[in-house]
Design a protein around this ligand. Structure first.
Ligand SMILES: [Zn+2]
Length: 232
């Protein structure tokens, strides 16, 4: 996909955490094109981190408070904090790097697979920093995430669910989709709509470009909302 888009190198790559639905393609990608900067919450002994180090490149840890700016776009990491890395009780999901991306036209919050306890931590640390126009819904719409307090703190206009097509976990949970819809938040699902692209430009509404609409193929399954049921 990156090659097809004309991308020959990456300025940075962030792998939220070690679960394979988030880290699975990383080694292939690192072998395919130069990646200038790499950050993750992966354990230091993880094969991906070792591959980076062995090839003489850097592998950073996501730490809340890291910020940078490129081309007028601000990037801020909000999670994890240092103490999270030495907490043996914390699951990999709750180590997910949480990234807020913003420019004068809007903001997006990328949450990986954080669950309720991390949502609560984020609110406690700085609730105001969470506000974003677009939220990539935590943990694919699992019922272990998207607490009402978190949705209220982020207060997004748009919520994007990223479940695997016909995934065995039943993500997103209908009650979680309803929680966003009931709050007046527009929802999208990548399993129904394909890749989604949002433009953050002044004066633009956050309307998605849906890959299934703009590049349909007769061999694509195109389920409509409500047609699919979880397999369980
Ligand atoms: Zn996941």
């Amino acid at each position: 996909m990156l090659r097809g888009s004309g991308v020959a190198r990456l300025d940075a790559m962030i792998v939220s955490h070690q679960d394979s639905d988030h880290s699975g393609g990383t080694l292939s990608l690192l072998h395919t094109m130069p990646v200038m900067r790499f950050a993750s919450s992966l354990p230091l002994e993880h094969a991906i981190v070792r591959a980076r180090i062995e090839s003489g490149e850097t592998a950073e840890r996501c730490i809340a408070g890291q910020r940078w700016q490129w081309d007028g776009v601000d990037f801020a990491l909000l999670h994890p904090v240092e103490a999270n890395y030495v907490n043996p009780k914390l699951k990999a999901n709750d180590l997910s790097c949480v990234l807020r991306v913003s420019n004068p036209a809007g903001s997006a919050l990328l949450t990986g697979d954080i669950e309720a306890r991390t949502e609560a931590d984020l609110i406690r640390r700085d609730a105001a920093a969470l506000h974003a126009n677009l939220l990539v819904v935590p943990h694919h719409g699992s019922r272990t995430s998207s607490t009402s307090a978190f949705i209220a703190a982020v207060a997004p206009d748009v919520a994007v669910f990223t479940p695997g097509y016909r995934n065995r976990f039943g993500h997103p949970r209908p009650e979680i989709v309803a929680r966003y819809a009931d709050a007046g938040i527009r929802t999208y699902r990548t399993d129904y709509e394909g890749a989604l692209t949002f433009a953050f430009e002044s004066g633009a509404t956050l309307a998605a470009r849906r890959e299934r609409d703009v590049d349909p193929r007769y061999w694509h399954d195109t389920p409509r909302r409500g047609e699919l049921r979880p397999l369980d």
